[in-house]
Ligand binder design. Structure first.
Ligand SMILES: Cc1cc2nc3c(=O)[nH]c(=O)nc-3n(C[C@H](O)[C@H](O)[C@H](O)COP(=O)(O)OP(=O)(O)OC[C@H]3O[C@@H](n4cnc5c(N)ncnc54)[C@H](O)[C@@H]3O)c2cc1C
Length: 339
């Protein structure tokens, strides 16, 4: 029998951990990893430190290109999966190439979420998801002294720290959308706002209403309770699974790819892991998503173990991924993304 062909779509923490595990458990398989990003796997959680100039680009990298050669895997960077044909068992790439697979792990992660009411001015806001976004932040911050943060997901807090380290003036629209995806108690919410103020951040009350570019290039921002301005507006409304290209595939998709406790997506040899997976939870009898680095790695490993013939289950123990100087929030799983 010829060696099985395994494909991992995604080279973030989940995809990388799946690759490491497959090489360990199925060393004879022919492994291809596809990544839309034009570079090797990196650690997204270090991007705020990169923006702050505290680490250089090389410190972000999780594995050099040579590592993929060493393990005998083919890494295809700068290539995007645009369709999945489950019946032919093929992945279609943006340049029309078709790749056949025996086993597939979907590890495509999430994309920045912009709530629908704000779509009209999304071009005036800068998110932070990829290395390219981080390079744009670095470039824009050369000419800008004051930054407004809207949304305020957990990544937004890390960016606030980076901006303060760069001596930028930071304003923060700290309304009901802050601290996504957690549901903080009013006490935690108040503590988080107080801590921002103590660090020198100006907290702007209300909910975002409008952003307009003025003739001098500054951005005029209106909330339900205040008016302010900024040279740059950072959008931090969380991440949502990046699975639109799977819509016609026949896989069950809700917000993410619906998978069981073994991360099995319902078609032989097809699994999903990391931020793109929506995993069945037997106790709550519903599906949950977790956006987080360690979670992505753990799910990547489980998907690979199971593709290699195992029957591992996801551990749903709570984990804290947000710890802001002692304010700890458990964020291991949740079911809602908001609108
Ligand atoms: C700035 C920032 C700070 C963060 N800080 C923390 C933190 O402190 N703690 C924490 O727990 N988590 C943090 N996170 C979240 C954490 O990084 C993610 O949960 C984790 O990266 C998810 O891993 P993943 O492999 O599922 O997806 P991703 O890291 O999103 O990787 C997705 C991969 O899929 C590829 N891809 C996507 N679509 C396609 C396609 N159609 N075709 C081909 N390739 C595709 C991408 O190129 C990428 O390689 C942070 C995230 C960001 C952006």
């Amino acid at each position: 029998m010829s060696a099985p062909k395994f494909i991992i779509i995604g080279n973030g923490p989940a995809g990388l951990e799946a690759a490491i595990t497959l090489k360990e458990k199925a060393p004879d398989a022919r492994l291809t990893i596809i990544s839309r990003d034009p570079h090797e796997s990196y650690r997204p959680k270090l991007l705020p430190d990169y923006i702050a100039g505290q680490i250089d680009r090389s410190a972000l990298m999780a594995r050099p290109f040579s590592w993929y050669d060493q393990i005998g895997a083919r890494l295809r960077v700068g290539q995007t999966a645009v369709r999945l044909d489950l019946h032919a068992r093929e992945v279609l790439l943006d340049h029309h190439e078709r790749l056949a697979f025996d086993g597939l792990i979907l590890a495509v992660g999430g994309q920045p979420r912009i709530p629908e009411p704000y779509w009209v001015f999304r071009d005036l806001m800068l998110p932070l998801k990829t290395m390219a976004d981080a390079d744009q932040w670095i470039d824009r911050l050369k000419d800008v002294d004051d930054v407004l943060i809207v949304g305020g997901d957990l990544t937004g807090f890390a960016v606030v720290r980076a901006l303060l380290a760069l001596n930028k003036k930071v304003r923060f629209v700290f309304g009901e959308e802050a601290l996504w995806p957690t549901r903080p108690t009013p006490e935690i919410f108040r503590q988080a706002a107080d801590r921002l103020i103590r660090r020198g951040v100006e907290v702007v009350p209300g909910k975002l209403r409008r952003i307009v570019r003025e003739t001098d290039g500054a951005l005029a921002v209106t909330t339900t309770e205040a008016q302010t301005s900024a040279g740059l507006v950072g959008a931090f409304f969380g991440l949502a699974p990046d699975v639109a290209f799977l819509a016609e595939s026949g896989l069950a998709i809700e917000r993410g790819v619906l998978v069981d406790e073994h991360l099995y997506a319902g078609f032989p040899g097809v699994y999903a892991a990391g931020d793109c997976a929506q995993v069945y939870h037997p106790q709550i009898r519903d599906y949950w998503v977790s956006i987080g680095y360690e979670n992505a790695r753990a799910l990547g490993r489980i998907a690979a173990l199971n593709l290699a013939g195992g029957l591992e289950r996801v551990n749903v123990a709570a984990e804290s991924i947000f710890d802001d100087d002692g304010i700890r929030v458990n964020t291991s799983w949740w079911m809602e993304f908001g609108s």
